[in-house]
Design a protein around this ligand. Sequence first.
Ligand SMILES: Nc1ncnc2c1ncn2[C@@H]1O[C@H](COP(=O)(O)OP(=O)(O)OP(=O)(O)O)[C@@H](O)[C@H]1O
Ligand SMILES: [Mg+2]
Length: 505
Amino acid sequence: MRKIETLEMVNISKSFQGKFANQGINLKINSGEILGLLGENGAGKTTLMNILYGLYQPDSGEIKINGKNVRITSPIDSIQQGIGMVHQHFMLIQNHSVIENIALGYYKTPFFFPKIRIHEKVVEFSRKFSFAIEPYKKVWQLSAGEQQRVEIIKALLNGADLLILDEPTSVLTPQEIKELFRILNDMKNEGHMIILISHKLDEIMDICDRVTVLQKGKIAGHADTAGMDKKSLARMMIGRDVLFNVNREPLPKGEQVLKVSNLHVLGDKGISAVKDVSFDVFANEIFGIAGVAGNGQKELAEAITGIRPVRSGTVFAGLKNITNMSPRKIYDHGVSHVPEERIKFGIAPGLFLYDNAILKQHHLKKFSRKMFLEYGRIKNHTRDLVDSYNVAAHSIEVQIRNLSGGNIQKLILGREISEKPSLLVASHPTYGLDVGATEYLREQLLKRRREGGAVLLFSEDLDEIFELCDRIAVMFQGEFTGILDSSDSEKLSDIGLMMAGSVRY
Ligand SMILES: Nc1ncnc2c1ncn2[C@@H]1O[C@H](COP(=O)(O)OP(=O)(O)OP(=O)(O)O)[C@@H](O)[C@H]1O
Ligand SMILES: [Mg+2]
C-alpha cells in the first residue's frame, strides 16, 4: 500500500543567523507526479529539501501527508513516512560493497543472513526497474551513475514513495542521464512522486510535470511545464532575460602559454589514464577538451596543475618546465585551477569565506607583510569578489561550508580568475551554477581570452564547448582522437563518433 498520496509543506520558514533561507514556503505534490524545484544559487532549495528529509528543523510551518500533520525530526522519521533523498554529494562508503552500503542504510536490516536477504531485495528492485547493478562490487569501482542507482535502490528498499533528488545529473554522462530519466519515469508510472532539483532547464522541461520556483527563500511561482519554455522559466527564476548564447569574436593567437608533450598519467586504480597526450594552448585562446567523463580528463587536468604526478612526458608553462612541481609553485607560474572535486581540492570547508578567498595567494605581497596577514586588505578583496561574482552569503565571516553549492563554486571561480592567470584550467566550471551565473561565468572566460589570457576548458556540455572554444580536443580512453578547429564544421559534425573512439583525425 502506498503511504503517501499527497504531500504538502505549509508555510515553512527557516533562518540561519537571523537571515531567512526559507520564508513562508507552500508546496504540494501528488502521487505519480514529478515536480521540478528551481531557483538561483542560494535560493533555498537544498535547505527546503533537508527540512523535508528531517536533516533540518523548520522554525515554523507544517508538513502534511495525506492531509494530516506529521512530525519529521530526523531522517529516520522521514524514511518511515516514505520519503527518500539522494544528496548532491553521494554518501556511500567507498570501501564497502553495494550490498553492504545498502544494509547500512536499510532501517529494517534483518539480523539473520542480512546479506542474502538484502541481495534478494536488490535483485527484485533491479528487475522491476531494469537497473543494471552488481551487488558485490565495491563502491569505488562504480561510475557516478552506478553510485546514484545504489542511492536510489537504498531509498526504494526503505519504501520511499517520495524520492528527492538534489542536482542528480551534474555528475552524470549524457547516457547515464537518459538512463536515470527512464528510471524516474518508470517510478512515476508506478505511482511514486519525485522532487527534482536542477539548474538544467532543458532537463526540467523534459521530465517534470510541474515546477515550483524559489527566489531568495520565497516562492516566486508554480507552473505546469507544458505551458512554459526555457526562456520563461529563466525569467521566473532570476527576474530578467538570460542570454543563452554568448558572442565570441575572432582574435589572433598570442604566444604559447602551455605546452604538453607525450604526457602519461596513472589513474586512481593504478591503470594508465592519460596516454601519450600532446598539445599546446596559446594566449587569446580557449582550448576545449570534450569527451564522456571518465576518459582521462580529470587525470589530465590534475597532472597539469600538480595535484597528480606525471609518469612521463613534460608540461611547460611558457618557457618554464612545471612538470611535477607542487600545486602552489605551478600557481606561481601563472596557472590557476578550478578543480572537478571542489570540496576536496578547491576549498578549506571549515575556514571562513575570507580565508578561502585567498587560499593559494596568502603569500602574495598585497595580502601579507613580513610574517603577518593583512586582514583588512584580505577582507576588502573578499568583499570585491563576493560583489562581482554575486556570491550569496550572509557575511564574509561564515564558514564556507555553509554556503550553497553554487555559491561555493562562484567564490572559487572569482578567486582563480581575479589574479589574471596566464592559463586557467577549468574543469566543468558551470556545474551547479544557475543560468544567470552561467552566463556571467562564460562572459568572464571570454574576457580573460580578450585580455590575453588562455583557458583550458574541460566540459561535457557540447553546447558550452562549441560556444566558447577556439580549438577542441576530443578525449577517449586516455588519448586524443583529434584536435579540431572550431571553424571546421565538417569535422565537428563527427564529434560524437570521436567521443566514442570510432573516428580519428
Ligand atoms: N547550515 C547553514 N548555516 C548557515 N547558513 C546556511 C546553512 N545552510 C544553508 N545556509 C544558507 O541558506 C541559503 C540557502 O542555501 P541552499 O543551500 O538552500 O541554496 P540552494 O538553493 O540549494 O543553492 P544552490 O543552487 O547553489 O545549491 C544560503 O544563503 C546559505 O548560505
Ligand atoms: Mg543546493
